[in-house]
Write a protein that binds this ligand. Structure first.
Ligand SMILES: Nc1nc2c(ncn2[C@@H]2O[C@H](COP(=O)(O)OP(=O)(O)OP(=O)(O)O)[C@@H](O)[C@H]2O)c(=O)[nH]1
Ligand SMILES: [Mg+2]
Length: 204
C-alpha cells in the first residue's frame, strides 16, 4: 500500500470525543519507549507525525492519525512507565482499556515488544487481557536494527514460547525497525487486506 497522505486528526483523554467510528482503525500499544510513535512515523514515512522521545511517557493521549483519508492509525500512551504515579497508572488503565473494549471500528491491536528483551511479565499479562476480552492482536518486535538478526529471532522465540503457555495459537508476528524500515511493507500489506474487507462489510 502506498501512503499518499497522513495527517494528525485529534488527541483525546476522553473516549466520547473520539472521531466517529466509521473508518477501520488500528491501535499501537506497548511499554513506554518501546517505539510505538516511531513505528507510526516509519509506516507513514512522516518523521514528525507522532511525537517521539528518549524519555518514556511521551505519548499521553489517544492520538488519531488519518491515513489516505480512509483509515486511522492510533498512537496510545505506553504502559509500564515506572515514574507514573499509581493513580495515573490506574487512570491509564481505565481509559485505554475502555477504549480497546468498546471501539467498534478497532480492527486489531498491534502489541509492540522490544526485540532486545527477554519476555516481560507486563507484556504477557497485557496480551492475556486482550485474549480474555476477545480483542484481536498481533505482535510487533521493535528496534531490530539494534542487534543481530539471530538475537532478535532468539528473543522472539522466547516470547512465542511464553505466550503459548496461555494461548493455543500464536498471533501473527512482525519483526520491525523504524530506523531502517524493516517490516514496514508487511504491516502495511496486512492493514490493506483488512481495510478491503471493512469496505465490503460496512460500505459508507
Ligand atoms: N534504533 C532504533 N531506535 C528506535 C526504534 N524505534 C524507536 N526508537 C527510539 O526509541 C525511543 C522511544 O521511541 P518512541 O517511538 O517515542 O516510543 P513510544 O513507545 O512511543 O514511547 P511513549 O510514547 O513514551 O510510550 C526514541 O528515542 C526512538 O528514537 C527503532 O526501530 N530503532
Ligand atoms: Mg509514543
Amino acid at each position: 500500500m502506498n501512503i499518499k497522505s497522513a495527517e494528525f486528526v485529534c488527541s483525546n483523554t476522553r473516549t466520547d470525543k473520539l472521531p466517529a467510528p466509521t473508518l477501520p482503525e488500528y491501535a499501537f500499544i506497548g511499554r513506554s519507549n518501546v517505539g510505538k510513535s516511531s513505528l507510526i512515523n516509519s509506516l507513514t514515512n512522516k518523521k514528525g507525525l507522532a511525537k517521539t522521545s528518549q524519555t518514556p511517557g511521551k505519548t499521553q493521549l489517544i492520538n488519531h492519525f488519518l491515513i489516505n483519508n480512509t483509515w486511522y492509525l492510533v498512537d496510545l500512551p505506553g504502559y509500564g512507565y515506572a515514574k507514573t504515579s499509581r493513580t495515573n497508572r490506574a487512570e491509564w488503565e481505565k481509559f485505554i482499556r475502555y477504549y480497546l473494549r468498546n471501539r467498534e471500528s478497532l480492527q486489531c491491536v498491534f502489541v509492540l515488544i522490544d526485540s532486545r528483551l527477554e519476555p516481560q511479565k507486563v507484556d504477557l499479562e497485557f496480551c492475556s487481557w486482550l485474549g480474555e476480552n476477545g480483542i484481536p492482536f498481533l505482535i510487533v518486535y521493535t528496534k531490530a536494527d539494534k542487534q543481530s538478526g539471530v538475537k532478535t529471532d532468539q528473543n522472539a522465540a522466547k516470547f512465542r514460547k511464553s505466550l503459548l503457555q496461555s494461548f493455543e495459537e500464536m498471533p501473527q508476528e512482525f519483526i520491525t525497525s523504524s530506523e531502517n524500515g524493516l517490516g514496514r511493507d508487511e504491516i502495511l500489506a496486512f492493514i490493506d487486506e483488512i481495510n478491503k474487507q471493512f469496505t465490503l462489510l460496512d460500505p459508507q
